[in-house]
Design a protein around this ligand. Structure first.
Ligand SMILES: [Zn+2]
Length: 217
């Protein structure tokens, strides 16, 4: 987790704090791979320009996905075909308390921030030195330190990834979350291999926009 790139995003997030998003601003965000903090590729007020930018980014990158969102009433929303805000986005600009970020980047700490499939960041740590398993807790600025067992954003059961590597079968049973874009799609595979979810043969890591171009009933 501690790559120079992570630190770059950290700096970007500081920059973003001084340059807040505006009502009705379109953001092209990276949806895969998921980073600890929101990665915004571009910001535009013009819907057509933003849409075009998003399409080009998706076309140009094989292993990175992007989605178009609109900033509305302090949150990210999907965008209707006429450019107006649609449904609230699963992916949001989560603000992580700096104390958790510091612990995450501390090489001597066994605690770390994990990003849920839905984009929500939580913190895995040993609450008690006697504990054998790390406990997930919330780490957002306005909601930190609460013990959680399910993701507050999407509801999926949270499992410590150390356990996932040791006992992939248990993980397989607990992994019931089907990405929004894949629900009802006949291409959806959804089995776990070595702890990694194979979403489908066309998009092994899934498609993060609401509408996958290869959706088949
Ligand atoms: Zn989630």
């Amino acid at each position: 987790m501690d790559t120079p790139q992570d630190f770059r995003f950290l700096i970007e997030s500081i920059a973003q704090r001084h340059n807040p998003y505006y009502e009705n601003e379109y953001l092209v965000i990276q949806t895969y791979p998921r980073e600890i903090q929101l990665r915004v590729e571009t910001r535009r007020f013009d819907y057509a320009q933003a849409k075009k930018w998003c399409e080009l980014e998706n076309f140009a990158h094989d292993y990175t996905s992007f989605a178009l969102k609109i900033f509305h009433q302090g949150k990210l929303y999907s965008v209707n075909s006429d450019g107006t805000p649609g449904e609230i986005s699963r992916q949001q600009d989560w603000k992580i308390d700096p104390r958790y970020l510091n612990a995450h980047y501390d090489q001597n700490s066994e605690a770390e921030i994990i990003v849920c499939n839905c984009s929500y960041p939580y913190f895995l740590c040993f609450l008690d030195p006697e504990d054998s398993e790390r406990q997930p807790v919330t780490c957002l600025v306005d909601d930190f330190g609460g013990i959680i067992n399910n993701c507050p954003n999407c509801g999926i059961q949270i499992v410590d990834d150390i356990e996932i590597e040791d006992e992939p079968l248990y993980f397989e049973e607990e992994q019931e979350y089907i990405p929004e874009a894949c629900q009802g799609c006949s291409n959806y595979h959804g089995s776990v291999y070595n702890g990694n979810l194979l979403v489908c043969a066309i998009h092994p890591y899934g498609w993060n926009n609401q509408s996958c171009p290869d959706f088949t009933r």
